[in-house]
Each structure stands twice: as structure tokens, then as C-alpha cells.
Design a protein around this ligand. Structure first.
Ligand SMILES: [Zn+2]
Length: 230
């Protein structure tokens, strides 16, 4: 798939591959690539040439549209709860575990990990502390479709994960999700959480749909669509 590179500032880039985003954050000493999309050839080389720095990889979670080119790295930061999901992709590589509260310093650029379980058990967001931006992966989207059907997903955990994230809204001014609109306002976290609660409470009528060969139910929660088990 075609991709394009969007420069956000002198040390920050977005790679857009269709509806999928990857992020490159550079500090003074090293750079971090967040996710590897589906099939961006030489995504590692792109990050190295843009930043001129050694590049490490972090995955927000193990879904295939986020780990497609992980084989370009021997190891990568990922939440350990993603191990079964990652193993199902059949890809190789060593998971370097990162969990809630862990910090990564790229050299005058501190990043902090926030655990947002539910979409997958080990979904994480990366808080770019001084820029006050949360790179949030899949759980929070505006005008996107949030996959909540299939193995390893839990609507109950998802609501709790979003509640946990709501505890951090004083620490960032915008979210940069992997799909849908960018940026997204922090208030959208609560909108999505309330929508998920309404779905669990049976307050929203779902529409049957086929997605990637699975029969699912789509719930329009206004700000986004939740794709759930039938
Ligand atoms: Zn995704």
C-alpha cells in the first residue's frame, strides 16, 4: 500500500499507510518508531534516515495492522499481555516488556507508558510528556471503527481501561490515534467510554455486518463505531 510521511515538527513524523498511522519520535540520542503498519517497505530505514539516530521500535499492541513489518527489528517494546496475540501473528522477534508507568527517555524527550486494556489485553498509549500528546493506538478513535470482536478482546475491560485513561486527561492536550481523525480531543475518551457502556447495557441497537469474513454487530456510538461480537 502507498504511504506518505507527514512532518509534525523537527523531531516528530507520522507515516500514513491508508487508514493506518505509525509515528516517529526523535530525542537527542535515539529515536522511537511506534508500530510498523501493514507493509511499509523499509520502515526502519525511513525512521533512521529522517532522524539520523539509532531507532528502537515500540508496538501499541500486536494486531496485524500494527506489527506488519516488525521483522525489520530483532526486538521491540510491547506490553507482555500481548504475547499470545503476537505469537498468533506468526512473526518472530523478542518482546522487551513495557508496562504502566514505565518511562523511555530518548534524550531530552521523556515518554511514559499508559496501559489501556480491552481492545487487546496489552494495548498501551505513549505519553510524550513535554509535548503533552498521547499516542494512543486503537482504543480511542473519532470517526473510526474500533474492533472489539474476536480473541483477546473484552468490552468490560475496555470500559475499565478507558476509565483508567480518563485519570490522565490533565497530562495531555491531544490524542494521536492510529486510525480515524487526528488529532482528537481528550474529551473523546469519555464519549467513547459512555458509548461502550451503552452498548454493554443494551441501550444501542446494533447492525449486523460482515467484517473480514466474521459476522459481527456494528454499534454507532456517534463519535465512532464499535464492531462487537454478534
Ligand atoms: Zn489498528
Amino acid at each position: 500500500m502507498e504511504h506518505k510521511i507527514i512532518k509534525k515538527d523537527d523531531k516528530t513524523w507520522i507515516i500514513q499507510e491508508g487508514d493506518i498511522r505509525m509515528f516517529i519520535l526523535a530525542g537527542d540520542e535515539k529515536a522511537l518508531l511506534i508500530d510498523t503498519g501493514l507493509s511499509v517497505e523499509n520502515v526502519r530505514g525511513i525512521a533512521e534516515s529522517l532522524t539520523g539516530l539509532p531507532v528502537f521500535l515500540l508496538n501499541t499492541h500486536a494486531d496485524r495492522d500494527h506489527t506488519g513489518c516488525n521483522e525489520q527489528f530483532d526486538c521491540f517494546f510491547m506490553h507482555p499481555a500481548e504475547t499470545p496475540n503476537f505469537e498468533r501473528t506468526g512473526k518472530k522477534g523478542v518482546i522487551v516488556p513495557v508496562e504502566e508507568g514505565d518511562e523511555i527517555d530518548l534524550g531530552n524527550r521523556k515518554l511514559r507508558i499508559i496501559h489501556i486494556p480491552g481492545h487487546t489485553p496489552g494495548s498501551i498509549g505513549v505519553l510524550d510528556v513535554n509535548r503533552r500528546v498521547l499516542i494512543s493506538g486503537d482504543p480511542v478513535q473519532q470517526n473510526g471503527a474500533i474492533f472489539m470482536f474476536g480473541e483477546q478482546r473484552s468490552m468490560e475491560d475496555y470500559v475499565r481501561g478507558l476509565e483508567h485513561l480518563e485519570g490522565y486527561i490533565d497530562e495531555f492536550d491531544e490524542l494521536w490515534p492510529s486510525h480515524g481523525d487526528l488529532p482528537v480531543a481528550p474529551s473523546v475518551i469519555s464519549e467513547v467510554r459512555l458509548g461502550a457502556e451503552d452498548v454493554l447495557a443494551g441501550k444501542i441497537n446494533g447492525v449486523p455486518k460482515e467484517v473480514h469474513g466474521s459476522q459481527i454487530t456494528a454499534y454507532d456510538i456517534g463519535v465512532a463505531t464499535l464492531l462487537c461480537e454478534q
